[in-house]
Design a protein around this ligand. Structure first.
Ligand code: ATP
Ligand code: MG
Length: 370
């Protein structure tokens, strides 16, 4: 999949600006606060109809304006597609091939984007909900049924929690809700376990090449039953719900479930949050992101776009060049950086210089100033 052009109107610090990209590596170069992350964010927005930053979408509207517009020209499986998003304070209008799209889920994922952002370092230190979010977002890109099952689970969980607030509870009805939860959770745990296992396996070689310090990393999935077959887990979960019912009634909510799941990133068998250096954490994250690209290619035969925001900070020159040499050759990649890169790393590079929300036209070829 290739993003050929993007046109931004009133998007953050972009008043009315178009960019053309090449199919290989695109460097987005500029000083601090010029609009590099904003540009990558707008590409991410085309994939998810949401910003990757932990803020409301309304923040993407240029200050003093009422709406923003993103238009993108995509080539997907050799077919040209026009995509348009108009966001106003009263709602979002989405268009594909010039046709309005009513269901957001029919639009999300049309363009598959994997993004590395400095905020992702939160994955090590933040609350479990950040890691669950990571798992849910990335797994949904590989499996539409995952997203459907997850939404269904949260719907039933809400129903169960609401029912637990009643004074008089019917045991048979509770058993029906338990059964529904257990059924959906056993499928979700199976998928999460498989995903984390596959992700570790596929990312490990990238980590080894990037770190070259003989360390290994692993992902440990934390859930409330032992991962097993879907059928066995369902029986086990039903038992847990029965055993825990008095506590759930007392708390008036569901104490155990996949809504509390978590995972730990480990380095040399130790929790990376406590043990890994900043550079090692970045290396783990980058390996995971490249791993996800590879998983998506393998599972859904799509070539996602990779966005690497400010990826070179905290990486030494060796890791930078190892990273450049490791980046998949067949996909389109955007790398934002504050420094003009003169090294070509043997890859063809298109350089776009950003200055205060505008593209600064300068003759650049192959990453070198002319
Ligand atoms: N809604 C908005 N309206 C107008 N300007 C905005 C809006 N949101 C953010 N900005 C401004 O856009 C500018 C560029 O932000 P951006 O995060 O893209 O910078 P950057 O080039 O990635 O910088 P850095 O190298 O520091 O990461 C900032 O000055 C920011 O204040
Ligand atoms: Mg930035």
């Amino acid at each position: 999949m290739i993003l050929e052009k993007i046109h931004l109107v009133h998007y953050r610090n972009y008043l009315n600006q178009s960019f053309s990209f090449s199919k290989g590596i695109n460097y987005i170069v500029g000083k601090n606060a010029q609009g590099k992350t904003n540009l990558l964010e707008s590409i991410y927005y085309c994939s998810t109809t949401k910003t990757h930053r932990n803020v409301e979408d309304v923040c993407c509207i240029m200050e003093g304006q009422d709406s923003f517009k993103i238009e993108a020209d995509i080539v997907k499986k050799n077919r040209h597609t026009d995509m348009k998003i108009i966001y106003t304070k009263s709602g979002k209008n989405l268009f594909l091939y010039h046709n309005p799209i009513k269901k957001v889920s029919d639009f999300v994922g049309f363009v598959n984007v994997i993004m590395f952002s400095p905020d992702d370092m939160n994955l090590f230190s933040s609350q479990p909900k950040i890691r669950r979010r990571f798992m849910d977002i990335e797994l949904s890109k590989c499996s539409k049924t995952y997203l459907f099952t997850l939404n269904e689970f949260y719907r039933v969980l809400k129903e169960r929690n609401a029912y637990l607030k009643n004074e008089h509870l019917n045991e048979d009805y509770l058993e029906i809700l338990n059964e529904k939860c257990a059924h959906l959770e056993s499928i979700l745990i199976y998928q999460r376990n498989q995903f984390l296992h596959d992700l570790q396996k596929i990312s490990q070689p990238f980590y080894e090449k990037l770190s070259s310090d003989q360390t290994s990393f692993s992902i440990v999935y934390k859930t409330f039953v032992k991962p097993d077959t879907v059928e066995n887990m369902k029986n086990e979960i039903m038992k847990i719900y029965r055993d825990n019912i008095d506590r759930d009634i007392f708390l008036k909510s569901t104490e155990k479930g996949i809504h509390k799941d978590d995972f730990v990133l480990m380095i040399q068998g130790k929790n990376a949050e406590e043990f890994a250096s900043q550079g090692q954490k970045r290396t783990i994250l980058l390996s995971l992101k490249i791993g996800i690209v590879k998983l998506i290619e393998r599972i859904i035969h799509d070539e996602p776009i990779l966005l690497l925001d400010d990826v070179f900070s905290e990486l030494d020159e060796k890791r930078r060049s190892d990273l450049m040499n490791l980046l998949p050759e067949n996909i389109q990649i955007f790398i934002s950086t504050t420094e003009m890169i003169y090294k070509t790393y043997d890859r063809e590079i298109n350089t776009i210089i950003i200055e205060n929300g505008n593209e600064k036209k300068e003759d650049t070829s192959n990453g070198r100033k002319a």
